[in-house]
Write a protein that binds this ligand. Structure first.
Ligand SMILES: [Zn+2]
Length: 410
């Protein structure tokens, strides 16, 4: 199974300079390929194949001689990404690709000849050896490729893709009332039908005053000045803190939910996050809660640890239905956090009631054939080493030629 591990990098000034060159050259290669493909298309041509696009690299090197200073494979990969993006648009799977910007997140990819040195705590990529890294987490397996990125607040990261012996756990095919939960996502908290409630740290709300102040200072700085660049760095650090807080919270919650041996199936609402962003009253709290990221993490962790993650129809009235008698309270407003059912007299907490309903809607929508389920314990991922998991011939070949990068024995 392929798995990515992300490590913080601390490059020297020379290495940082090499990174800056690589980011820039890959961006140029991407943008010029996009220009070339768009021109070809406007001129009445068809979609350009990936190989035809990659052949342009020779021409690019003639026009921009400095582009040869970085890893050629990184450039090839940038062109491939552009060709793939263009084809996705051509075949109506995605929007038209846009040029890469200098002030956005930067990255470059190294598809071969990368390694991790556990002894010295360094990572090496072609043309740039021994970059100091915090290897906070060990892995067993072969390094396939490394992507180096620069994120807000001038932080460098290496994302190491590893072919590991870890295998995904199989999901239970049988869905049962006892081993399933429903989750309601409101703008504040994550509420489960078994009574658990995770309070959202509301990182953006807390940092808002500081952010507003720093952004006001930034707006007063003269464009192009050094002080503006310094202030921009402070603002990006504020944003980085907000993002870190949010991700930390979501990772902890999704980890706990997918490592609970009593939970084999999770029902969630299929939320229209993009639609909610368009609502001015909801946009800020929705982006602060990061619903999309929560669902993404829950889905991939569910696949890894053998938990069914089932999305239910977004049009089911989960908040307005009484979970005891089924009466629908049509007059319920968004601001009402609790209400009493007129039919059976039960007093409901809005979110808890919704999560119970999501679970029962999900169970109703699935096939009726349900039997008793045995709960499966999920050990933490790095403990599940298996000797007979060497299956992929590709992986075996790699190990034969390159040697296994193994984690240190602690
Ligand atoms: Zn009722």
């Amino acid at each position: 199974m392929l798995r990515a591990y992300k490590y913080r990098l601390y490059p020297t000034s020379g290495q940082a300079e090499f990174f800056a060159k690589s980011f820039g050259c890959c961006r140029v290669a991407y943008n010029r390929t996009l220009d070339y493909m768009s021109m070809f298309w406007i001129g009445g041509g068809n979609s350009v194949s990936r190989f035809a696009a990659q052949a342009q690299l020779v021409m690019l090197k003639e026009v921009y001689p400095w582009i040869g200073e970085v890893n050629s494979q990184s450039l090839q990969y940038a062109i491939k990404q552009c060709a793939d993006a263009f084809r996705n648009w051509w075949e109506h799977r995605a929007d038209h690709p846009v040029p890469k910007r200098k002030d956005a997140r930067q990255s470059f990819h190294n598809p071969q000849h990368c390694s991790v040195d556990w002894k010295h705590g360094t990572i090496s990529v072609p043309k740039c050896k021994d970059i100091k890294a915090v290897l906070h987490r060990s892995f067993y397996g072969t390094v396939k490729d490394i992507t180096i990125s620069k994120e807000s607040g001038d932080r460098y990261y290496a994302s190491v893709l590893v072919d590991t012996a870890i295998r995904e756990l199989e999901c239970d095919t049988v869905v049962d009332d006892k081993t399933s939960i429903g989750i309601d996502l409101n703008c504040g908290d994550i509420v489960c039908s078994d009574g658990r409630r995770y309070t959202n740290p509301k990182a953006l709300l807390k940092a808002e005053r500081r952010l507003r102040r720093q952004q006001r200072i930034l707006s007063r700085r003269q464009s192009g000045s050094k002080n503006r660049a310094k202030q921009k760095h402070i603002v990006s650090k504020c944003h980085a803190k907000v993002r870190d807080t949010r991700h930390d919270f979501l990772h902890k919650v999704t980890h706990e939910l997918t490592h609970d041996s009593q939970v084999r199936t999770i029902f969630i609402e299929d939320l229209n996050v993009k639609g909610m962003w368009r609502n001015h009253h909801l946009a800020k709290s929705v982006s602060d809660a990061a619903f999309g990221e929560f669902v993404r993490q829950l889905t991939y962790k569910g696949q890894w640890y053998g938990v069914n993650v089932v999305k239910i129809d977004r049009w089911d009235p989960s908040s307005k239905t009484c979970s005891v008698c089924g009466q629908i309270n049509r007059g319920l407003k968004l601001s009402q956090r609790d209400w009493t059912c007129v039919c059976c007299g039960t007093h409901h907490d809005r979110d808890y009631n919704a999560s119970v309903n999501i679970k029962s809607f999900g169970l109703m929508a699935l096939p009726p054939d349900r039997r008793e389920v045995k709960s499966v314990d999920c050990p933490p991922v790095d403990e599940r080493r298996s000797e007979n998991a060497l299956r992929s011939s590709d992986r075996m070949n790699q190990e034969k030629f390159r040697g296994v990068t193994d984690a240190p024995v602690l």
